[in-house]
Design a protein around this ligand. Sequence first.
Ligand code: ATP
Ligand code: ZN
Length: 484
Amino acid sequence: AAPEGGKHITILHTNDVHSHAVENKEEMGYAKLAGIIDKYRSENPDTLLLDAGDAVHGTTFATLVNGESVVKVMNEMGYDAMAPGNHEFNYGWQQLVKLAGEMKFPLLSANVKQADGNRLFKPYVIKEVDGVKIGIIGLTTPETAYKTNPKNVEGIDFAAPAAEAQAIVNEIKDQVDVVVAVGHIGQDKSSVDTSLKVAQEVPGIDVFIDGHSHTVLQDGLVGGNDTLIASAGEYSKFLGVVDLYLDENNDVVSKKATLVDSKEAADIQPDADVNALVQSIQAEQKPILEEKVANSAVNLNGERENVRAGETNLGDLVADAIRDVSGADVALTNGGGIRTSIPAGDVTKGQVISVLPFGNQVVTLEVTGADIKAALENGVSAYPEPSGGFPQVSGMTFKIDTSAAAGSRVTSLMIDGKPYDPAATYTLATNDFTAAGGDQYTMFTKYPQAGMFGSLDEALISHMQELGAVHVQADGRVTSADEG
Ligand code: ATP
Ligand code: ZN
């Protein structure tokens, strides 16, 4: 409870919802989250609601309308601020600026910069709650620079989060009582920038609401400079709750974090208005998503650990579709761009969009055989570890020599049934993400795009329609062996 004469402020938070808008098992969906939020607000009117990013992309609920549906729902829920995550850039930064204009709350990021050095979004906002001035600073992972299609962040720089947070803390510290960072930064050990690092390097952040690594911090954790770090997992499985207690001088005397999950919220009713809004959006989308576009006699395998670590029948099918629509000699598409499986039976448009949700375009490049080989080497460099860049191919076959070092593992590369010629020029079809150097396919960036052939999902639909009932099995175009 609040100390004598003191104050109690509640900060509710979400992150990495990835447009899992609808209740599904332990995923609560927005209406249920809003029901819990209603309850906290009725118990304590001094409540803020923040989102730490990766909200507007991930399911057809969002991707069908470039994220606008999620913004409508978040407006209805009364969010106070949000930080953009890497996935917020998936429709291009211009669309994110448009979405920010539709938000009834500020989209905050101190470290997203334009070419002229100016910030793309407001870096912070100051909210007054029960007479307490709270500075809220937004931050975005610099990994966005290579985790989204490079064209989505053209002309945008991601400055070091700690340095930018420090600059804002210096700027506002005399005007505020409490500093909250809301950051899509995360705690992955592989990342150079983590929320732990920001807390360590920037004195004066009372609470860090984190996202990106999908970390479940049941009781938060105390980082450097006594910063309380809180993170609510992923996919609306948790609502984060931070309680701040302040004394009569508005100094923080104690703080704690916890998470509410679907079990604890079992008796809480979904918020009626948010529920109605989510349902009306779903009803609008239903006819589009349920349109039957093809039929598959077999399960099409797009499981993350399979498409990122080897050939699958769905990988083959997507690569064949790209080659087919473009008439290219060969095709290559990154396994990480294939996001789910399709079970045998009728295939709907919604399922196809769920497999290929990025709105990628099919493009062709006139490339040398040597660069095709280099591309495949890049794609299998982590093999057998799964990695987003694993190449699903068409029009070519090759082996991965698991005893060889990365960079010289691709053997027996055949194009059109003949050994490839490093000096020859081939027409390669791929998606615009890899063509722009995504997943480290940097060997492609020097080539101008020779042709554009519509979106990947449309290509997959027409290819499946041509095949009639789809019977594809992975046909061994990519194999591996220890040749050492
Ligand atoms: P999160 O941010 O939620 O942790 P993430 O999407 O950043 O997830 P992964 O699920 O590992 O992390 O996905 C990254 C992979 O997704 C990339 O390596 C790439 O293969 C693929 N990918 C990302 N954006 C695109 C895109 N626009 N087009 C095609 N593939 C993409
Ligand atoms: Zn995420």
